[in-house]
Design a protein around this ligand. Structure first.
Ligand code: ADP
Ligand code: MG
Length: 683
C-alpha cells in the first residue's frame, strides 16, 4: 500500500546520487534540493563523501535509518540494496527509477519480483521500477523537469508512462494548471494506477484533498478496482478525466456474432468510464483542458454566453458548442438594450456578445455583470480576449480576475495571444487562474464534460429469475453454440419473452407444428449459424402444402439437421447482446436489429450489471432512438419493455458467466410487447 513514508517522508536517501545533473541520479537529487525538502536528505555514492553538497555514504552500513529510498542504480544491484534497506534501515517506501526490469527481459522480471516480495514482507510500498518518480507538495522526487507549481489545490496526476507525465506537465504549465501530486507508476510492479487511485479514495478528505484527478493509462489491468474507486471519488465530489490509449488494436479481431464484432475492448473502456463518471480524453491537450474546466465553477446548465472582441473565434466556438449539444441562446429585450447603450456603436449583444476590437475593460465588466445578474437564460460565460499588439491588456484581465472571484456563474477565459500578451497571461494565472488558448478545444471539452453522466449507482434492482434452472442448463450444455431448446429454456428462466416455436424433424411434424402454432409461419434451418446467409430462413409460409414443400427444400441445405417453426410475427426489429470482456466482466449492448445493426452499427453499451435506469439511458442514447420512440405516424416500441430485456440479459450473464457472447437479433417490438425470434448463445 501507499504509505506515509512515501507521501510525506521524514528522510530520503538517493541511492546512486551523482554530481552530474545530466544523469537521473544527479537530476533527482538536484530536484530534491531545489524543492527545499524539509526532512533529512542523504546520498549514496560509492566514491564521494559529498554529492551536490549533500552528505554521501560510501558505506551504506553507515547510513542512518531512512523512510524513503529513491534508487537510480543498475537493475541487478537493486534487489540486494532494497533487501538491505528494508532489513537494516527501517525503509518502508521505495521509488525505483532504474530501467532494465520486467520491461526488458526475464532476468529483469525476476529482479522485479524479488524486490516486490522483499517490500511486501514489511508491508512497504514500491513505485516503479522504470518510472520518473513521485512529485508532491512535500518533495520533488522525479528526475525530470519541468517541475510544475505545486499546491494542495492543484491536480493529482497518475501516469502509466513517465515521459507522458512529463509532457502532460509541459502542456499544463502554460494554462496555469498547478499540481498537488504526480505519480509515475512505471512497470506497476506493486502499485499501479488503480492502487494509487484506491489510496487517494481511501484517504480523501473533502477539506484538504485535491478534487481533480487525471489519469494516463495504457493498460487497465484491474478494471473493477478502477471503477470502484473512481466512482467513489466522484461521488465524494471529485472530478476525474483520463486518457486510455491503445484503442485501435481491437478492430482486427475476428468475431462470429454481431456482438463479438461490435463490442471491442475499447467499447468496454468507454462503458467503464461512463459507469464510473470519468471524462474520457484522447490526448494531452484535451486532458489538460478538461482539468482546467474542472478547476472552474461547476457548469449547471446548457446556456453559454460568448463574450469577445473578435468575431472569428466566437463563430468557431459557436459551432463547437452547438455540435456538442450546448446552447448559445439569443439575448434580447430591455436589459439587452440597456447593455448595448454602454458599448460602442456597432457592438452586438445578441450572443455572441461582440464589443469590438476597441472594447474596453469597463465594457467587459458591464457585460459580465449583465450576464451574471440580468440574463436569466445564461448559465456560463466564455470570454475570448487577446491583443493585436497595439495596447497592453492588464486592465482587461484584472476585470476577469475580479469577476471570476465574485460571479456565481462560471467564466471561462480564452486568452489566445499567448505570445503577445505573455506577461498579462502570466500575471493573470499567478492570481490562481487557469486559462484556455484555443476556443474550439475548450468548446469540445465543455460539451464532453457536460455530457459525461454521473457515476451509476451500484444498487441494481433484484429481479425475479430462476437461477437454479439457469445453472442447471448451463452446466449441462457443453461449450460452443447451444441448441435452440437450451436457449428457449434459458430465456424462460430469466424472463426474456420469446416466440413460441417447435423443432420438426419430419415433413409430417412440420405440418402438425405449423397448424398448432398457426399459419402463416416462419421456417428456419437448424445447424448453420448464419441462417439467412445460406437461404435458411423462409418467412410467411401460408399453407400446409407450402410447409411441406419448404421443409423438403430446406433440409437439403448444408449442415441442416432439422427445421425450426415459428409463428410469423410483426414489429420493429431490435437487438440486445452481451460479450465477456476479460476482467471488465460482461458488456451489454442494445440497438435496432436486423439489417440496421449490420449497416449502421448503431449500438449503445454498458458494463454489467445494468440497472433499469442505465438501460433506459442506453436506449435513449441510440442515434436511431427516434425510430424506437415512433416517428412520423409510425408507432414505436415499448421502451420500458426493451429496457427490461436489457436488464434481464445482464442478469442472465451474471447467473451464467460462462456466456462468452450472445445476441438476440432480432426481437420484434411493438407498443405492447417485445418478443425474441432469434438468438445465439456461445458458452
Ligand atoms: P439469421 O439471423 O440467422 O439470419 P433470423 O432468425 O434472425 O435468422 O431471421 C432473419 C430475419 O427474418 C429476421 O431479421 C427477421 O426480419 C425475420 N424473422 C425471423 N423470424 C421471424 C418471425 N418469427 N416473424 C417475423 N419475422 C421473422
Ligand atoms: Mg438473427
Amino acid at each position: 500500500m501507499i504509505n506515509k513514508q512515501l507521501v510525506s517522508p521524514k528522510s530520503i536517501v538517493v541511492v546512486g546520487a551523482s554530481n552530474d545533473v545530466c544523469k537521473p541520479g544527479g537530476k533527482i537529487l538536484k530536484n530534491l534540493i531545489d524543492g527545499n525538502f524539509s526532512g533529512n536528505l542523504y546520498a549514496i555514492n560509492l566514491k564521494e563523501d559529498l554529492v551536490q553538497g549533500i552528505k554521501s555514504y560510501k558505506d551504506i552500513n553507515k547510513l542512518p535509518n531512512v523512510d524513503l529510498a529513491v534508487i537510480a542504480i543498475a537493475a541487478k544491484y537493486c534487489p540486494a540494496t532494497v533487501d538491505f534497506l528494508v532489513n537494516n534501515k527501517t525503509t518502508k517506501a521505495f521509488i525505483i527509477i532504474s530501467a532494465g526490469f520486467g520491461e526488458e527481459n526475464e532476468q529483469g522480471a525476476k529482479y522485479e519480483q524479488q524486490i516486490v516480495d522483499t517490500i511486501n514482507k514489511v508491508n512497504g510500498c514500491l513505485i516503479g521500477p522504470n518510472c520518473i518518480g513521485v512529485l508532491n507538495t512535500n518533495y520533488n522526487g522525479i528526475f525530470t523537469t519541468p517541475i510544475p507549481k505545486l499546491s494542495p489545490k492543484g491536480v493529482d496526476l497518475i501516469s502509466g508512462s513517465g515521459a507522458t507525465a512529463v509532457f502532460i506537465m509541459e502542456t499544463a504549465l502554460p494554462k496555469g494548471l498547478t499540481f498537488n501530486s504526480v505519480y509515475s507508476v512505471g512497470n506497476s510492479a506493486q502499485m499501479g494506477v488503480e492502487e494509487v487511485l484506491q489510496y487517494l479514495d481511501q484517504t480523501y478528505n473533502p477539506e484538504t484533498s485535491s478534487q481533480v484527478k487525471l489519469l494516463y493509462i495504457e493498460d487497465i489491468s484491474k478494471p473493477q478496482k478502477l471503477l470502484k474507486h473512481a466512482s467513489s471519488l466522484i461521488n465524494k465530489g471529485c472530478k476525474i478525466a483520463a486518457i486510455k490509449s491503445g484503442s485501435s488494436e481491437a478492430g482486427s479481431r475476428a468475431a462470429s456474432s454481431h456482438t463479438g464484432a461490435l463490442a471491442s475492448p475499447d467499447v468496454a473502456v468507454d462503458a467503464l468510464f461512463r459507469k464510473a463518471g470519468i471524462v474520457r480524453c484522447y490526448g494531452r491537450e484535451e486532458l489538460v483542458t478538461v482539468a482546467s474546466i474542472f478547476k472552474h465553477k461547476q457548469l449547471t446548465g446548457k446556456n453559454i454566453a460568448l463574450i469577445t472582441h473578435a468575431g472569428g473565434p466566437a463563430v468557431m466556438l459557436t459551432d463547437s458548442l452547438s455540435k456538442g449539444g450546448l446552447n448559445i441562446p439569443h439575448i434580447h429585450g430591455e436589459k439587452a438594450n440597456q447593455l448595448l447603450e454602454k458599448l460602442y456603436d456597432g457592438s452586438s449583444v445578441a450572443n455572441p456578445i461582440d464589443f469590438l476590437a476597441t472594447g474596453t475593460a469597463q465594457q467587459l465588466a458591464d457585460i459580465i455583470d449583465y450576464c451574471e445578474n440580468d440574463f436569466d437564460n445564461i448559465d456560463a460565460m466564455v470570454v475570448i480576449f487577446g491583443s493585436p499588439g497595439l495596447t497592453k491588456v492588464f486592465d482587461v484581465y484584472e476585470v476577469l480576475h475580479q469577476k471570476m472571484k465574485t460571479c456565481k456563474k462560471p467564466i471561462y477565459p480564452v486568452l489566445p495571444s499567448t505570445f503577445e500578451t505573455k506577461e498579462e497571461i502570466f500575471a493573470f494565472q499567478n492570481q490562481g487562474h487557469q486559462s484556455f488558448n484555443d476556443e474550439v478545444i475548450l468548446g469540445d471539452m465543455l460539451c464532453k464534460v457536460f455530457n459525461t453522466p454521473k457515476p451509476q449507482n451500484d444498487n441494481i434492482e433484484l429481479i425475479d429469475i430462476d437461477t437454479k434452472k439457469i445453472r442447471e442448463i448451463v452446466e449441462n450444455a457443453g461449450t460452443g453454440y447451444i441448441s435452440p431448446k437450451n436457449i428457449q429454456a434459458l430465456f424462460d428462466a430469466v424472463g426474456i419473452p420469446r416466440t413460441k416455436e417447435a423443432v420438426a424433424k419430419t415433413k409430417n411434424e412440420a405440418v402438425v407444428y405449423a397448424k398448432e402454432l398457426g399459419l402463416p409461419v416462419v421456417m428456419k434451418v437448424i445447424g448453420p449459424v448464419h441462417k439467412s446467409d445460406v437461404g435458411g430462413v423462409v418467412l410467411n409460409v401460408k399453407t400446409e402444402k407450402m410447409v411441406e414443400l419448404q421443409f423438403e427444400q430446406m433440409m437439403q441445405i448444408k449442415d441442416t439437421t432439422s427445421i425450426l417453426i415459428q409463428p410469423m410475427l410483426s414489429g420493429i426489429e431490435i437487438y440486445a447482446g452481451a460479450k465477456k470482456e476479460g476482467e471488465f466482466g460482461h458488456q451489454i449492448l442494445c440497438g435496432l436489429g436486423g439489417i440496421f445493426i449490420e449497416v449502421f452499427k448503431d449500438v449503445s453499451s454498458a458494463l454489467a450489471p445494468v440497472s433499469h435506469n442505465e438501460a433506459m439511458e442506453m436506449i435513449k442514447s441510440l442515434k436511431s432512438y427516434k425510430i424506437i420512440e415512433g416517428t412520423r405516424g409510425k408507432e414505436g416500441i415499448n421502451e420500458q419493455m426493451f429496457a427490461d430485456v436489457v436488464v434481464r440479459l445482464s442478469a442472465l450473464v451474471k447467473a451464467a458467466p460462462e456466456i462468452i457472447e450472445m445476441d438476440i437479433n432480432p426481437l420484434l417490438g411493438t407498443a405492447t410487447k417485445i418478443i425474441a425470434v432469434d438468438a445465439r448463445i456461445r458458452l
